[in-house]
Design a protein around this ligand. Structure first.
Ligand SMILES: N[C@@H](CCC(=O)N[C@@H](CS)C(=O)NCC(=O)O)C(=O)O
Length: 271
């Protein structure tokens, strides 16, 4: 790994790593992806380096990470930091967009940013499911990663307006967004908007068949993620990487390259 660069340690899927890739791209920071094979019990295609699925790498690395989880970010100083939202806050204190830090300095504004990001972290484990191998019927993200398709009936009940627990959580996200938009705090982009863009796009490809169920009757969320996708440097970033997805594996009904489809959609790139 090169000295002086940021290195993101994560799997070769968007997941909790994508928000960090996007904020680094917005900041014009040079970074490398260190793709760790996904710790899933799937057969690896021959001659792919690194292999996409478990080869023991993660088992060895896990105890050496700060929190036993990915993502982690190797800083140019040599220090490694972990936890998606901590990394976003760290980078948000270094990176400005249109003259404003992406993690606001003003305490009330930063608390709003933290609140939205924490709500998203509450949603994450529900979509992942607790244990992908024992209870796959209640594990939407594991289900598609194992090539078993989306769990439409399960998600439909959780997304029932007024009664579904996930639906209520998405409604709180909608309520938190500024009325004038397009971002959480109004016209100033923050790391919370970047996380919203990265998470909704990921969930809308890896848990749900698309983003519709999350965006229906939530216009402020939609406006925000469209505005993030419209930032020129982000569409340049996704354009530059598009062909590199061609070698991604297909498992059952899942083509792993399609996990990036909503980022392309929001950036106006053709599939
Ligand atoms: N709160 C942590 C959660 C991290 C987390 O659960 N990461 C997953 C991948 S998205 C992971 O490392 N899974 C492998 C494991 O826990 O062994 C964060 O936001 O970074």
């Amino acid at each position: 790994m090169s000295q002086g660069l940021y290195t993101l340690n994560y799997f070769n899927v968007p997941g909790r790593g994508e928000s960090i890739r996007v904020i680094l791209a917005i900041g014009g920071k040079k970074f490398e992806n260190n793709f760790i094979p996904l710790p899933l019990p799937l057969e690896n295609p021959e001659n792919q380096n690194p292999p996409p699925f478990d080869d023991g790498t993660w088992g060895e690395l896990k105890p050496k990470t700060p929190w036993g989880t990915l993502p982690t970010l190797l800083l140019p100083s040599g220090e490694i930091i972990g936890q998606q939202r901590a990394i976003l806050r760290y980078l948000g204190k270094l990176i400005k967009y249109e003259g404003n830090y992406l993690y606001p300095e003003e305490p009330e504004a930063s608390a709003r940013v933290d609140g939205l990001m924490d709500m998203m972290e509450d949603i994450w484990p529900i979509l992942l499911g607790i244990n992908g191998t024992d209870s796959i019927e209640t594990a939407p993200l594991y289900s598609t990663m194992l090539g078993l398709g989306t769990l439409d009936e399960f998600l439909k009940s959780k997304m029932e307006k007024g009664t579904g627990d996930l639906s209520n959580q998405f409604d709180f996200l909608e309520k938190a967004m500024s009325d004038e938009g397009p971002f959480l705090l109004g016209s100033n982009l923050s790391c919370a908007d970047i996380l919203l863009f990265a998470a909704i796009s990921w969930w809308g490809a890896a848990a749900f068949p698309n983003m519709d169920m999350m965006l229906k009757s939530r216009p402020k969320i939609e406006k925000c993620i469209r505005a993030v996708g419209n930032i020129e440097v982000i569409s340049e970033y996704y354009t530059s990487l598009k062909s590199s997805r061609d070698s991604m594996p297909t498992v059952g009904s899942t083509n792993y390259a399609s996990y990036y489809k909503n980022y392309h959609l929001l950036c106006g790139l053709n599939e």
